[in-house]
Design a protein around this ligand. Structure first.
Ligand SMILES: *Cc1c(COP(=O)(O)O)cnc(C)c1O
Length: 685
């Protein structure tokens, strides 16, 4: 339960709506050898291309939780799930029968319940029931003057049933649970009785022992390049170390097993953790208030825009709807602004990758009566510290707007500079980037917003739990009062263990590492943008676009070839199409940086062979990358380069080869033929 989260939710839709579905969709495509391969489809691309017309702002989702849920179904299968559900139905039925035997009215007499009962307290007083329940370590739901809500799951024991009955006044031995269990009906009446099969796919019927399950999971895991193998240089994603010591605490029962609506006096440890974490985050960012409720950066953006909106409405400026967004912004920015009811106006960037201040001024003045906000990323997604950030904020403020800062790049600022000091009114942090919550694969995350004093009254509250958010709160952006509470001990531990000094040094090393990579790669791949002092921030964009003309090689070819070296790709084609954005973070050692640089240089040499005609233009290691074990060990090999060059392009690859599982995947095919990952059973066999 994790005191409210993280959690995954699922929805399904008819075929006709699938192309406008929100969120992250996995689809099936084919690889260069005609084999099936899975990939994210449509939505990721759509967000960056469709911008404010995207149907969703979701970037970080709840992938890990979705995987957990899927593994639950995989392990138990249809038989196990039915058994679990039947046990829940049985336990609930026994409790209902026992309570009825004692004279209580339960669920207004309805028999068709699954796991939840609403008990009318009858003659007993609620305080008495509540006192007895809490005395036994049980929290129930109290609705109005007379209702008590109880939900059971399959983990409930017979002893706990006895305790529950005692809470309602049963004397020892008064209710014969065994006897009631024999009488409870386990099937459902016609409209509710399921007749169709479910989970018929072999994956739900093959791994039913822990040994099999363990190997299945490991097999899937082995298909991924992850941080356990090598640096993941994904720019803007901040793939840094998620230290074991930080993550240890999330499985502690006190954090993991608390219900989000548990009485506040039972959650004082969490309360203290929130209080301290909010204080640290506002100190680090230089703001006055903080909301931990948003579950991702994009949700933070949405919340921040609603906060601005609530503030402006309260001041009689409800017609301010225009949101300025630089062309270089992450796709979530325009999508979030649109979701919050704003009208997006794009601001140009200049030749050096900076916001075009003249264009910004012109647009701010043009829309001054309706200007709501500017959304700006600092340091920019171009990997440079925008020198004019103070002027930019002032222009927006002078024209009646608020400044929203996308803080996804805070790994370049923590301990070095405070955004609150140079102009923005609100920013989000990605605790799953800068503050070490692991987000590989797509989440969970936490995207708290920090706000200046004047916005604090509008921070989100909660309809059930008091004491959350501001006095004039904008409402709620998450079903749980503190969003994904259970993973907050991770950033808490990070900040606590790093301390002031550690956080600052981490930022400095992150910047140093990025500049080291930029300098080492510059002779081989031009670095697209630099600040006025010739330096980059915590990431850099390298530009291989000219190689298309000289060798027919694209940035995508380079990312695929990196897989043969055992590296995950850098960020591809964002924010500048056709380029690569590299962010090493402070977690990488000099040796690892050198290994990555070596791979990039070796790839450049392979490209030079093509340029100089020593290697075929279309039949070469880049175009065929990545190379699977199947391809390299096939009986046939008719390529103009050796198998050794394909699979072991550097000496150090021999120390620990990560074999790519699919050859080059067909992106267009995957987008055109959108279908779900449940491949037909015949193909599975
Ligand atoms: C990651 C990122 C976001 C979105 O954050 P999520 O937590 O993935 O929703 C927004 N802007 C920038 C610049 C980012 O790098």
């Amino acid at each position: 339960m994790g005191y409210g989260g993280p959690h995954a939710a699922f929805f399904a839709t008819k075929d006709e709506h699938k192309r406008i579905m929100a969120g992250r969709l996995c689809g099936v495509s084919v690889d260069a050898n005609g084999k099936k391969g899975y990939r994210l489809t449509l939505t990721t691309r759509e967000q960056h291309i469709r911008r404010e017309k995207a149907t969703s702002n979701i970037c970080t989702a709840q992938v890990l939780l979705a995987v957990i849920a899927a593994m639950y179904a995989t392990y138990h299968g249809p038989v196990g799930l039915r058994r679990i559900a039947t046990r829940v139905r049985l336990l609930t039925g026994v409790l209902a029968a026992g309570l009825r035997q004692m004279g209580y009215q339960v669920n207004a007499g309805s028999a068709d319940v699954f796991d939840t009962l609403t008990v009318n307290r009858g003659r007993r007083n609620l305080a008495q029931i509540r006192g007895a329940a809490e005395g036994n370590g049980i929290n129930l739901r109290y609705t109005g003057d007379t209702g008590v809500g109880i939900s059971l799951d399959e983990a409930v024991t017979v002893e706990e049933l006895e305790k529950l009955l005692a809470v309602f006044g049963a004397a020892a031995g008064e209710i014969d649970i065994e006897a009631l269990a024999d009488e409870v009906r386990l099937d459902y009446d016609a409209p509710f009785q399921r007749r169709s099969d479910f989970l018929t796919h072999p994956v739900f019927n093959s791994y039913l022992s822990e040994t099999e399950m363990m190997r299945y999971i490991k097999r899937l895991e082995n298909r991924d390049i992850s941080l356990v193998h090598s640096m993941i240089p994904l720019g803007s994603c901040t793939m840094k170390l998620n230290a074991a010591a930080e993550m240890l605490s999330i499985t502690l029962p006190g954090f993991a097993h608390l219900h989000p609506f548990a009485p506040l006096d039972q959650a004082q440890g969490y309360a203290e953790l929130f209080r301290r974490l909010e204080k640290w985050l506002t100190e680090i960012t230089g703001f006055a208030g903080c909301s931990l409720q948003p579950n991702s950066g994009a949700q933070g953006e949405y919340t921040g825009m609603l906060t601005i909106r609530a503030y402006q409405i309260a001041r009689g400026q409800g017609d301010r709807h225009v949101c300025l967004i630089p062309a270089s912004a992450h796709g979530t920015n325009p999508a979030s602004a649109a979701l919050a009811g704003m009208e997006v106006v794009v601001v140009a960037t200049d030749d050096h990758g900076n916001v075009d201040v003249d264009d910004l001024r012109a647009k701010a003045e043009q829309h001054r009566d309706r200007l709501a906000a500017l959304m700006i990323t600092y340091p920019s997604t171009h990997g440079v510290y925008e020198q004019t950030i103070r002027d930019i904020c002032k222009i927006v403020h002078d024209n009646g707007g608020q400044v929203y800062m996308d803080g996804a790049n805070m790994n370049a600022l923590v301990g070095v500079a405070r955004p609150g000091d140079f102009g923005p009114d609100v920013l989000h942090l990605n605790l799953h980037k800068t503050f070490t919550i692991p987000h590989g694969g797509g989440g969970p995350g936490v995207g708290p917003i920090c706000v200046a004093e004047h916005l604090t009254p509008y921070l989100p509250n909660h309809p059930v739990v008091p004491g959350v958010g501001g006095e004039e709160a904008l409402g709620t952006v998450s079903a749980a009062p503190w969003g994904s509470a259970m993973i907050l001990p991770i950033p808490y531990a990070y900040i606590a263990m790093m301390g002031e000094w550690g956080l600052q040094v981490a930022t400095e090393i992150a910047i140093l590492n990025a500049n080291y990579i930029a300098e080492k790669l510059e002779p081989h791949y031009p670095v697209l943008y630099r600040g006025v002092n010739g330096r980059v921030a915590h990431e850099c964009i390298v530009d291989p676009r000219h190689l298309k003309d000289t060798a027919g090689v694209t940035a995508e070819d380079i990312t695929k070839r990196l897989m043969d070296f055992g590296f995950h790709a850098p960020t591809l084609s964002f924010p500048v199409p056709g380029t690569l954005m590299i962010e090493p973070t402070e977690s990488e050692s000099l040796a690892e940086l050198d290994r990555f640089i070596d791979a990039m240089i070796k790839i450049r040499e392979e490209i030079r062979e093509i340029e100089e005609g020593r290697m075929d233009h279309d039949n070469n290691p880049l175009k065929h990358a990545p190379h699977t074990a199947e391809v390299v060990t096939a009986a046939e090999w008719d390529r103009p380069y050796s198998r050794e060059q394909a699979a072991y392009p550097a000496e150090w690859v021999r120390r620990g080869k990560v074999w790519p599982f699919s050859s080059r995947i067909d992106n267009v095919y995957g987008d055109r033929n959108l279908f779900c990952v449940c491949i037909p059973i015949e193909e599975y066999a």
